[in-house]
Ligand binder design. Structure first.
Ligand code: 13P
Length: 284
């Protein structure tokens, strides 16, 4: 199957109240692990690619790996730019074969965010590519993005609804109390904001910063209307812990396959558990 836009599966997620996982890819092993778990669970998935990951992997390798995964798995897979910062980077991704893009204009003034997101939506929709927008600021660190958690601003529901109406995005990320990276304490999610927005718009709310959020909070967020949930850090933690363990066990190891195989297996486990928690298993 070729890569698909998020509109292949998000309307069904919205209607049936499950969430599709966006798992960020950082290299071949991430891509393989996510695909393997999705195949085992028969789940639609989204490969998230930050601008930093794109620079690391290179555009051609990124698209080729995602296309290979979609072809091999036969699953609906979207290749999605995560936190795209400009119109130009979004267009470069679409030209290269991305099937979905996020334009993150959340650091701009509200009206500017609407205007800039609208431009991306117009161009992307003409190419059959889906678009995610963002409102409010999500705290934590994600590659080049650093937002002080105290400075992170929750989304205002009325503004979010108008943002959807004016831009026509296919998914809307709103700041509701989660943050990128692992949490020091337990995150306090504002389910009322998710519910207030999701009940008034026909597309799902996106929950960023899915790593380290307790299972029960994830279930409540999905019940309130989160239909796409992003996870990156938990895979990074599992990957690196497995590599550390393999290297510590044998100081003479030099074959990367010896430590990347357990790393990949650890990520399959993380993704499988998230897919089941999100309820997207058997929804491909
Ligand atoms: P985590 O790294 O906290 O899982 O967040 C991922 C994310 O939201 C990507 O946009």
């Amino acid at each position: 199957m070729p890569l698909v836009s998020m509109n292949e599966f998000l309307p069904k997620a919205k209607e049936k109240k499950f969430a599709v996982g966006q798992f960020n890819i950082n290299n071949l092993e991430f891509t393989q692990a996510i695909t393997e778990a999705a195949m085992e669970e028969n789940a639609p998935i989204i490969f998230g690619v930050s601008e930093g990951a794109l620079r690391y992997m290179g555009m051609e390798y990124t698209v080729a790996m995602a296309e290979a995964a979609a072809k091999k798995s036969g699953l609906p897979i979207a290749l999605h730019l995560d936190h795209g910062s400009t119109f130009e980077v979004a267009m470069a991704c679409i030209r290269a074969g991305f099937s979905s893009v996020m334009f993150d204009g959340s650091h701009h003034a509200y009206e500017d965010n609407i205007r800039l997101t609208k431009e991306v939506v117009k161009a992307a929709h003409a190419m059959g590519v889906s678009v995610e927008g963002e409102l409010g600021t999500i705290g934590g660190v994600e590659d080049d993005l650093h937002v002080d958690e105290d400075a992170a601003q929750l989304a205002n529901p009325e503004e979010a609804i108008r943002f959807y109406e004016e831009t026509g995005v296919d998914a809307l990320a709103i700041a509701v109390g989660t943050a990128h990276g692992m949490y020091k304490g337990e995150p306090k999610l504002h389910y009322d904001i998710i519910e207030a927005v999701a009940s008034k718009i026909p597309v799902p709310v996106v929950l960023h910063g899915g790593s380290g959020v307790p299972d029960e909070s994830i279930r409540k967020a999905i019940a309130a209307g989160a239909g796409k949930i992003n996870v990156n850090t938990e895979n990074q933690v599992a990957c690196t812990a497995a590599i550390r363990e393999a290297l510590a066990k044998d100081a003479n190891v030099i074959d990367p396959r010896k430590y990347l195989t357990p790393a990949r297996n650890a990520m399959v486990e993380v993704v499988r558990n998230k897919i089941r928690l999100f309820g997207s298993n058997n929804q491909a």
